[in-house]
Ligand binder design. Structure first.
Ligand code: NAD
Length: 462
């Protein structure tokens, strides 16, 4: 029986990062993974493949809409879907093999197979049982479907099926205007698919600052996505070659139907913990079925920890990674910590949407006095040169102390721009601190500085 300081179950961003940090801190580490490749949902059927398809389809969009304006003439490229999927698969392979290399480099044992925890301190995989002083559950999440809808991954698909469709659908119905629905809906809209998005709430992207969400919606509309809000989906039925979705409009209770060659169910994800034996171990769960932890990632069972999508908090790869590092540090006797107030969220559409910290709505609800600094990318030369001047930066700062409380960006490279605000917030910076920091010209980052200036005496270019 092999014996380890730590066995981590799951090699997604939470698990593999945790394993590497454990090994770096001198702990004898193994990681159990049942998939053929490391990297979990994110690398295999999530973040990375979707970014490949977003990148490819964005290039197509640029060639169709902006090349001629720049004097780049000639026929726009035709889409070879098989090649696009092969490119996506190659990107996945490069990344998953990279994790395998990192495991070898850090002397982490990859135990291949699906794990069960027969009792505290033991992990069984296939016929073998391994001993561990501590076990970290990092098993992630799986798509949550709706009652009345069965995902067959052919006509009615989750994000997994949507990333490997045999052909580009003529009509795609997306259920849920969250991150997955809008990212994958965008991919297909750019490839020429007629996309209809059905969203239960009156706003897209729940949790996003409402002003950003409204502007984002109108940009998506211009890009050809039909978005129907206030639409409660009742059922989706797979017919021979298409699927039919029935929904009720909440405003008048009227029933409607829409069909598509493919229906994408993107109504959220739920923790994936089946087969671990948590019931028998007596592990406490939250009301929402997540593994309950104590703030130090400890479950109700001694020596058993949990991180990432399987526990509370936003289901984001980077949140899981940070928790993976924190729990490794705790297990090594250090003080691991995650600042949950500064976790950015990004939607990788074009333009991108990025957010960190408080929204205006949350500040109003908390009765907090705040000021708003905004700056449109229309006033940013670099964004204009890239045909990407749609959108704006919005910074929220405390009315009295000027401390940055939150930031929201709709615009080019928003997913990169947000990080200077994250660092500023991490150090407790004021909007003036950001405004007094020299920003290189011409960069899209200048729009962030201008929004910070707008929290004080005013932006220069607006
Ligand atoms: P989500 O929670 O972001 O959005 C789901 C949407 O479905 C919500 O807007 C919800 O109101 C809607 N919905 C629920 N029931 C409905 C019904 N009956 N009819 C119509 N609409 C309905 O979930 P998601 O987009 O599936 O993503 C799952 C998780 O994965 C999220 O936590 C997300 O943050 C994460 N994720 C993140 C990224 C990223 O960071 N870029 C990318 C993909 C996924």
């Amino acid at each position: 029986m092999a014996s380890y300081d730590v066995i981590i179950i799951g090699a997604g961003p939470g698990g593999y990062v945790c394993a590497i940090r454990c090994a770096q801190l001198g702990l004898k580490t193994a990681c159990v993974e049942g998939r053929e490749t490391l990297g979990g949902t994110c690398l295999n059927v999530g973040c990375i493949p979707s970014k490949a398809l977003l990148h490819a389809s964005h290039q197509l969009h640029e060639s169709q809409h902006n090349f001629e304006k720049m004097g780049l003439k000639g026929a726009a490229p035709k889409v070879d879907w098989t090649q696009m999927l092969a490119y996506k698969d190659e990107v996945i392979a490069q990344n998953t093999k990279g994790i395998e290399f990192l495991f070898k480099k850090n002397k982490i044992d990859w135990i291949k197979g699906w794990a069960t925890i027969p009792e505290p301190g033991l992990v069984t995989v296939g016929d073998e049982t391994h001993k561990a002083k501590n076990i970290v559950i990092a098993t992630g999440s799986e798509p949550a479907t709706l009652p009345g809808i069965e995902i067959d991954e052919k006509l009615i698909v989750s994000s997994t099926g949507a990333l490997s469709l045999p052909k580009i659908p003529k009509k795609l119905v997306v259920i849920g205007a969250g991150v997955i629905g809008l990212e994958l809906g965008s991919v297909h809209a750019r490839l020429g698919t007629q996309v209809t998005v059905l969203e239960y709430l009156d706003q897209i992207t729940p949790g996003l600052d409402a002003e950003i969400a409204r502007s984002f919606r109108s940009i998506l509309k211009k890009q050809g996505l039909e978005i129907i809000t206030g639409a409660a989906v009742q059922s989706a039925e797979a017919l021979k070659t298409k699927a039919k979705v029935t929904y009720k409009l909440r405003k008048d209770d009227s029933t409607h139907q829409v069909d598509g060659d493919v229906v994408l169910v993107a109504t959220g994800r739920k923790p994936f913990t089946q087969g671990l034996g948590l019931d028998a171990l007596g592990v406490d769960l939250t009301q929402r079925g997540q593994i309950a932890t104590d703030g130090q990632y400890k479950t109700s069972v001694n020596g058993l920890y949990a991180i990432g999508d399987a526990i509370e908090g936003p289901m984001l790869a980077h949140k899981a990674e940070d928790e993976g590092m924190a729990v490794a540090e705790i297990l090594a006797g250090q003080k691991g910590h995650v600042n949950y107030g500064v976790i950015p969220g990004v939607i990788y559409t074009a333009p991108e949407v990025a957010a960190v910290g408080a929204t205006e709505e949350s500040l109003k609800e908390a009765g907090r006095a705040y000021k708003v600094g905004k700056f449109s990318f229309m006033g940013n030369g670099r964004a204009k040169a890239m045909f990407a001047a749609d959108g704006f930066v919005k910074i929220l700062a405390d009315a009295e102390t000027d401390r940055i409380l939150g930031a929201h960006i709709l615009g080019p490279n928003a997913g990169e721009l947000i990080h200077e605000i994250c660092v500023a917030m991490e150090f407790g910076a004021s909007a003036e601190d950001l405004a007094r920091t020299c920003h290189a010209h011409p960069t899209c980052s200048e729009a962030v500085r201008e929004a910070a200036l707008a929290c004080g005496d005013g932006a220069i270019h607006s």
